[in-house]
Design a protein around this ligand. Structure first.
Ligand code: PMV
Length: 325
């Protein structure tokens, strides 16, 4: 029996960093997907082939998962299977082959998407038909086991897809409809580890606790205002939503997670007519999201390219994790 599951990457429209502390965020799934093919294996072990991360062959007995040396490239898959087996004991082995539809350098959440693929794949393979909520919870546990921190918003985007309000470690996941919105995405060309950025913000917070608490509160207020706007049913909300994204970017600058490349993309996009623009995710690298619609997307993308940055073509509101036929 062979089954292939895919899950989308994500971009954060508003609310990163504050979301780690239970505040609301707005995230959209993008049409760049991760894939995992699962085949039954006769012995009780996992076999992993993940060529896109340079892992040609890896194996581990089911009863030794998470023990001994776990190579970085195998950690999300191995812990996904470990957590699944701990909750739903299975005796059969599984061969897993992963395939990346996007590079891990963009900050689209490749590890979270792979984790969701494995959890959903095992659920399907063993006929458990776990709900989205159950897949979210198991996958989120895996991410915390591997990297120690994170809000889980990227897992939720990979599971549910679309554009969602995400809050409080997945206690609130609500689909959102933002009429007519699209994103021009500029890539800084550099990557900064999320956990490292979080640690740096923690150091700023230790020195200026009241400032940073205020910043998280401001971010929450901005996201709430964006949610009111999205749910208002008013026509043409993009200019106002863009303004709120720009304010959000100012708060992220206060946290110290902006960088020159992000600012250059953001200003190039705004000058080219984007409704708003800000960084997406942890910051200090990865991508900037620039709010556009069908009319100004090309012009904003050109503005980013003319500034010397790569534009990554994406479609927003991508479907969540699914079995591929
Ligand atoms: O850099 P990314 O794509 O992993 O996004 C991190 C977003 C944070 O809010 C900073 C952390 C989190 O887990 O929500």
């Amino acid at each position: 029996m062979s089954i292939t599951v895919s899950a989308p990457g994500k971009l954060m429209l508003m609310g990163e960093h504050a979301v780690v502390f239970g505040k609301p965020s707005i995230v959209t799934a993008v049409d760049h997907r991760m894939y995992a093919t699962l085949d039954a294996f006769p012995e009780p072990k996992i076999i992993l082939e993940a060529p896109e991360v340079g892992l040609d062959f890896y194996e581990k007995n089911l009863n030794e998962l998470g023990q001994g040396i776990v190579p970085k490239e195998a950690s999300f898959v191995e812990h996904s299977v470990k957590n699944f087996v701990a909750k739903y004991p299975i005796s059969a082995g599984v061969k897993i082959t992963t395939k990346a539809g996007f590079s891990s350098k963009f900050g689209f959440g490749s590890s979270s998407a792979v984790t969701v693929c494995i959890t959903k794949g095992l659920s399907e393979m063993f006929g458990l038909n776990l709900s989205n909520q159950e897949i979210f919870e198991l996958s989120y546990k895996t991410v915390i086991d591997v990297q120690g921190k994170g809000s889980g918003f990227d897992i939720a985007a990979a599971v549910w897809g679309g554009t969602i309000l995400f809050q409080n470690k997945g206690e609130i996941v609500e689909p959102l409809n933002i009429p007519g919105f699209d994103l021009a995405v500029g890539y800084t060309g550099k990557k900064y580890e999320t956990v490292k950025v979080l640690d740096e913000v923690k150091m700023v917070e230790a020195e200026f606790p009241d400032v940073i608490a205020g910043t998280y509160n401001n971010i929450a207020i901005l996201v709430e205002k964006a949610l009111d706007l999205i749910k208002s049913g008013q026509p043409n909300i993009l200019p106002k939503l863009g303004q709120l994204m720009n304010f959000n970017q100012g708060q992220l600058d206060t946290l110290g997670v902006n960088c020159l490349e992000l600012s250059e993309i953001i200003y190039a996009a705004r000058n080219a007519g984007a409704y708003g623009a800000k960084l997406s995710g942890a910051g200090k690298g990865d991508c900037a999201v620039c709010l556009v619609d069908g009319f100004n997307k090309m012009q904003v993308a050109d503005g980013i390219r003319n500034q010397g940055y790569e534009v990554i073509d994406i479609v927003v509101n991508a479907p969540g994790a699914r079995v591929e036929m």
